[in-house]
Design a protein. Sequence first.
Length: 235
Amino acid sequence: MLKIKNLQVNYGGIEAVRNISLEVPEKSIVTLIGANGAGKSTTLRSVSGLVRPTAGEITFLGESLTGLPTTEIVKRGVTLVPEGRRIFPDMTVEENLKIGAYLRNDSLTEDMNWVYDLFPRLKERSWQLGGTLSGGEQQMLAVGRALMSRPKLLMMDEPSLGLAPLIVRGIFDIIREINKQGVTILLIEQNANMALQTADIAYVMETGRITRKGSGKELLADESIREAYLGKKKS
């Protein structure tokens, strides 16, 4: 579904992404793990049109996304849930969700019901201002807002950031459920254990380069990966 070939992104004289290539098959969950500053977020921002690549090609369903504005990329079915959630704190839950559908001109009822089925807590709090929600509820809202654009590919940047372990497990359960319902997912995540347990395909990114690729289970079982990203040896 998504192909990134020889992508390079520079910030001034700094190479943030160095000639990487990766693929995201349709209906899969693909994760990109790595330390802070590895270039993971820059990769997603390049796909979504928020950062212009220095070189390389990004294609989605066989068509180039390179150089397109973000609005056109969203129209084609690619949506980003940004790091830090970035909800609108002074708008209600329902208003935040409707903002996610700002490019649509059809009925939102079916998709609102879908989001509320996935996140019953949001339905209970549809009248509440986004800024008064808990961190976990705000993450649910950020994901729900992205789903309102009807994405074919949902990209998620650190969805577990700052959340309690129990809430993190709930978020990953929802990620699996969204994928089961036909949405392809590209996930970057510092919680390597949860990410690798969830992913069909996993990439390791270090200092702007892809250094490893395998199934989530393969990398989870790799002792060097466990020591570097899980802080423990295989038992």
